[in-house]
Design a protein around this ligand. Sequence first.
Ligand SMILES: NC(=O)c1ccc[n+]([C@@H]2O[C@H](COP(=O)([O-])OP(=O)(O)OC[C@H]3O[C@@H](n4cnc5c(N)ncnc54)[C@H](O)[C@@H]3O)[C@@H](O)[C@H]2O)c1
Length: 398
Amino acid sequence: MKTYLVTGAAGFIGANFVKYLLPRRADIRLIILDKLTYAGNLGTIAEELKDPRVSFVKGDICDVGLAEEIFRENDIDYVVNFAAESHVDRSIENPKLFLETNILGTQNLLDAAKKHWTAGKDSAGYPTYKAGRKFHQVSTDEVYGSLARDYEEPRELELSEHVARITRGRTNLKTYGKAMFTEDTPLDPRSPYSAAKASADMIVMAYGETYHLPWNITRCSNNYGPWHFPEKLIPLMIRNILAGEKLPVYGKGDNVRDWLYVEDHCKAIDLVIVRGRPGEIYNVGGFNEEKNIRIVRGVIAAVARLTEENEAYSRVLKTDRQNINDRLISYVGDRLGHDARYAIDPTKIAVELGWYPETPFEEGIEKTVRWYLEHQDWVEEVVSGEYQNYYEKMYKNR
Ligand SMILES: NC(=O)c1ccc[n+]([C@@H]2O[C@H](COP(=O)([O-])OP(=O)(O)OC[C@H]3O[C@@H](n4cnc5c(N)ncnc54)[C@H](O)[C@@H]3O)[C@@H](O)[C@H]2O)c1
């Protein structure tokens, strides 16, 4: 049996990871540690919390005593650290919180892992560890900085022979530029958020170098999918479209991001934890670069089509169907320091572990929009703060 400490699993990707893992791996136990900030919602993992293999601890990854207690009371095999302040806009408003959670929180977990996983010392004085332990840090492509957007229109992405064999089913792979981020690209973070994430990566690697602690880091591109808090681009657009409200798009909307369906990301993390070589970084990308404005137009089109096709979906609309069109788009002043383009080269994880992003964007965005049309109660709950009441009800007297 393997015991995972999964932090931040009441948030978007962590919750999807728990949902991915539980039906696929029988012999596991999950301890979820989450502070339940505005971005963390117990309603998101309500079903999973009923599973006897799952336990939940409300708390801060920066809390030294709590981390110590969790490690003392549980024989943890893997730490999977999703917990973070994750919204770039908020990092521009309040950088300090990002440094505290993303850097010091990670270091606190590393310390607890090092202490409780140490088995002895080798002849050179380095700690040795109990077998099979690993610290997995969930990082981001944003640590690499920004790439040039060389093409106005996307071009067909040429894959190496190896990767082409692995991605056999995928077509319509595209890119807006000549360069992509590889694991060897130097770190060059530009926002307080990405600087904090880069610092966290470096402290993870430092624990590897200085104390020989076994680790992996995955750096992924923009995730999208179900259970995404409606402050990020895609869920925010869906919410506003349904309400007939303006869709704020930064600058000219020509910043390029690579979009990765969240379940594909979760699969990558699972693979890296189980089969990744300790001390290695793996880039995880979607092979789907697109300009923000085209993502927004695609979401508008998907909502328009699905609400037309399905009477039940159209009842979710708070506006007339005729209002769902590109006239909702409203260009607003650009984000400070807005990175032009991110693009991930996932050759390493493809070749070593056989992973590739299985979900084409057209399929992923349709699934995502359908999910939001079917889960408006969840959206209302997370934006209203109702989940706080849920927490009190579920956990106060336990
Ligand atoms: N969403 C993306 O597209 C994306 C892309 C690349 C990397 N990432 C990384 O993936 C991870 C998860 O991202 P997400 O989008 O799910 O984030 P999220 O904001 O949806 O969720 C973060 C979770 O962490 C919890 N949390 C925050 N501070 C905490 C603290 N001090 N102690 C304990 N829990 C705390 C929150 O309550 C929440 O449940 C983050 O580390 C992020 O940097 C995300």
